[in-house]
Design a protein around this ligand. Structure first.
Ligand SMILES: [Zn+2]
Length: 503
């Protein structure tokens, strides 16, 4: 049994710079290592014997030494016995060895034997790229297995970066501690690696390459540094609305046109409008569309007959290809809800009453999307004892009772019973708000669409019925005042305000 040195659990900082990098030089690496040491790192990973030697003079942390053979087409990290000798002589406590299943000048087994026979106490870190290699190297009993090379061998190019799953996979097959390494950029990734079972985490460039850090900040602000504008489109069953905003969210331009009748003509019209308003300062494009949308890929999952053949339309892809902009697609009610949020800055439920019941929910200042973006389809909650067929294919959806169309029809057909109709309508609307409130805890409710036309008494009635349901129902219900451009406006603003950090 050998008894190598042990690493503590924690953060290992990899201090490496290539010849073409600004911080290239052993003295610089020693300073970076020192900075890591006084900030709580538990180990240093270093490239070349020379760097190991300089770092050893400056820090007392364990050092994992490596060499790289840039000319090698196969394995390239510490692949020769003489590399190991140099690293040990320079002061390395561990050596990391390329244990991938690739061509190498000296058999892996020989390198392990060389260390075990020659250097009492020297620890071995086995750098691998996948589970198969981990399984193979377990037989040689390294002190640690490191995921360093996942993504860097031809057969692992498509793995996630960083490869958090690989950690979970390896800890299942061996008790040898696993070190997470390779493409760790954000602290939350390092944390997740530990939660996945990693013993320690190696972070390199994200800490030791200022050019990487600078670039990350630059990328975050590049699109909003100079005057920019954003376009929002709201594609509805009857009208298309387009709006252009400057960076202060002021409206520069707007237009409303009738929605054409076929898929081809709709797309043509959307392009026509976009071409008309886009300019060299346009950096963002948001599209609000009727129907259900997969917000991740911007594909239409469901659309009514008003938008014929619209299902399956890859709206995001089509627009990104044509305009090379970041395109954000969501349901029209979601973006209208965001417009409302921009006025109130409160988490809210937004309900729009029209041919059906649309809704958007804002939680923590963001649209509540759910897995594909279909949260908030509250019109399709089934109301007790209701059996009316709904456009969605179910029977009993509450939108068959609460749609503007239905309310209007009822009032037309029963002119003598207006009070009862409004009373009944308010009760059901209050019931729906209460159901949603018990699912998602919002602060305010806004109702838009055709409902505000009926006047203040109706919203007062809805508030009264809502409070009558329970004494804990204290949320205020208002008519929405965002107007008919809300969907387009919300789409335009959301596209630049809710920018997601690129990984
Ligand atoms: Zn339904």
């Amino acid at each position: 049994m050998h008894s190598s040195k042990k690493l503590k659990r924690g953060l290992i900082v990899s201090c490496q710079a290539e010849k073409n990098e600004p911080l290239y030089g052993s003295e610089n690496m020693a300073l970076l290592a020192y900075a890591a040491e006084i900030s709580g790192a538990i180990g240093i990973r270093a490239l070349t014997a020379k760097d190991v030697y300089e770092i050893r003079k400056k820090v007392s942390l364990p050092i994992i030494g490596i060499t790289k053979d840039r000319k090698s087409n196969g394995a390239f990290i510490t692949i020769r016995k003489k590399d190991i000798d140099e690293l040990v002589n320079a002061g390395a406590d561990f050596v990391a060895i390329d244990c991938t299943d690739r061509e190498r000048p000296e058999p892996l087994k020989e390198l392990f034997e060389h260390i075990r026979n020659t250097y009492e106490g020297l620890g071995i870190v086995a750098d691998i790229s996948n589970l198969k290699e981990a399984k193979e190297v377990v037989k040689l009993n390294p002190d640690y297995i490191s995921t360093t090379l996942s993504g860097y061998t031809s057969y692992t190019k498509n793995r996630d970066k960083p490869d958090l799953n690989l950690i979970s996979e390896i800890v299942k097959i061996t008790n040898i501690p696993v070190i997470a390494e390779g493409n760790y950029v954000y602290p939350k990734q390092a944390r997740q690696a530990i939660l996945n079972g990693a013993y320690s985490v190696v972070v390199g460039g994200a800490i030791t390459r200022p050019q990487q850090i600078t670039d990350r900040f630059n990328r975050a602000i590049r699109n909003v540094l100079n005057d920019f504008n954003s376009i929002g489109i709201d594609l509805g069953g009857t009208h298309i609305r387009i709006i252009k905003l400057n960076s202060k969210k002021e409206i520069l331009d707007k237009e409303i046109v009738k929605t054409p009748e076929t898929k081809e003509l709709i797309l043509k019209k959307l392009f026509e409008l976009t071409d008309k308003y886009i300019d060299k300062n346009t950096k963002f494009l948001g599209i609000a569309t009727a129907g259900r949308v997969n917000v991740k890929n911007g594909e239409i999952i469901f659309a009514s007959k008003n938008l014929p053949d619209w299902i399956g339309m890859k709206l995001k892809e089509v627009f990104e290809k044509k305009y090379s902009l970041d395109v954000n697609v969501s349901n029209d009610a979601n973006f209208a809800a965001y417009s409302q949020y921009l006025q109130t800055k409160k988490d809210l439920l937004y309900i729009t009453v029209g041919t059906g019941i649309g809704s958007g929910i804002i939680i923590d200042g963001k649209i509540c999307n759910g897995v594909n973006g279909n949260s908030g389809e509250i019109g399709h909650i089934i109301y007790p004892m209701n059996n009316n067929p709904c456009t969605c294919g179910k029977n009993g959806c509450i939108e068959t009772l609460l749609s503007g169309k239905n309310l209007w029809k009822n009032l037309e057909e029963n002119t003598e019973q207006k009070d009862k109709i409004f009373d009944d309508y308010s009760e059901k609307m209050a019931w729906l708000i209460d159901v949603v409130k018990n699912t998602i805890d919002f602060e305010e409710v806004y109702i838009g669409g055709v409902l505000p036309r009926y006047g203040e008494f109706l919203i007062n009635l809805i508030n009264e019925k809502y409070r009558n349901l329970s004494e804990i129902n204290k949320e205020n219900i208002f008519y929405s005042n965002v107007g008919e451009l809300a969907g387009a406006y919300g789409a335009a603003v959301y596209s630049f305000e809710k920018w997601e950090e690129e990984l």
